[in-house]
Design a protein around this ligand. Sequence first.
Ligand code: TV1
Ligand code: CA
Ligand code: ZN
Length: 390
Amino acid sequence: HNGITRPQGYTVSWHANPAVEAHHFGQSHPMKPWRLVLTKELVLAYGMHHAMDLYLSRAATFEEMADFHTEDYLDFLRQVIPADMEAAEQSERMAKYNFGDDCPIFDGLYNYCSLYSGGTVDAARKLVNNQADIAINWSGGLHHAKKTEASGFCYVNDVVLGILQLLRFHPRVMYIDIDVHHGDGVEQAFWSTDRVLTVSFHKFDRDNFFPGTGSLDSTGPSHPSNPGAHHALNVPLNDGIEDGDYLQLFKDIIGSCVETYQPGAIVLQCGADSLGCDRLGCFSLNVTGHGSCVAYVKTLGLPLLVVGGGGYTPRNVSRAWAHETSILIDAADKIDPNIPETVTFRNHFGPDYSLFPPLSEMRKIENKNSKQYLATLVSTIREQLRYMQG
Ligand code: TV1
Ligand code: CA
Ligand code: ZN
């Protein structure tokens, strides 16, 4: 292999199940579980698997998913079939649970949900059992799902299930979300507790960008006696933010949060739709810029659960997640930026065949985040953290 060996001093676990990758949301749907195949091909071709403990994710049980979701909702998820999409007698429940264009019913839906959720629950348990210091499930990160409702391509909120596992051992858990969309489902699940601090960076435009929540002043329940007050933080951004500004903002905010909140563990959602050139996104991050956020979180030295999320240009999603895997095993410096000849589906990475194509220049989006705006975000959030402290 390429000289990649186990990092000294800490353990990284990798959680995946190839059965997840075979599911199809439908022809024109932007969510492609197949991007996980490309990610895995890169990770294997670079020899990164030599530096991790590899686990085949098991399916989360109904009871495990019922730690967050209602039995009603899970019963429906378990029994619904694609033909019900058209059937009139199911249409009321379809509407009630928000199935439709964004969240279609496809073959094997329940299997898909229980497998990606099982991966995140397993990963969290590795951390609490001290069998891993960093645990990775790229098939998870489905942050929009609600207790009784599917939303934004998400059906079961594996992030919430993972955090609930960590809360069995850690008094405080911090959740960080760099998907271009607001992590609304996770925020809502822990809205009324001070045991989870949620921090989402996202494009915010109330009327024109999904889900429309996550404004700067949305920091938890408004009543100060509610323990969740000031325990949700939101970093609303405009189009076109670039690597340097994003990383500075990320470090300033996450550094202050960790210093103030002192979490026992961190969950990092690495949605890759915040990259430049994403089919649904509007930021201008490069693979290196996105990865630098992961590298920064790693330096904090806390038990770390890493999940995927959005990402709609599969070749770039896999570049980012493979690069981030190399960062997490401390092998980024051993990775050849030219994608190895041996990668299956190598044609997807042409014409450059680089792990780091210049995404920010390939589809230039004007940066609508002024230095002044970014400085205001940092100072406002530091002020909100002072309220959190009481
Ligand atoms: C079928 C076929 C569904 C083509 C959905 C883009 C499609 C979208 C499709 C789409 C699409 C959204 C909304 C409007 C809410 C709707 C995994 C009232 C070309 C974590 C989820 C975005 C992001 C949902 C998920 C959003 C994640 N954008 N083509 N749908 N309605 N939904 O705006 O955070 O990345 O776009
Ligand atoms: Ca986000
Ligand atoms: Zn997203």
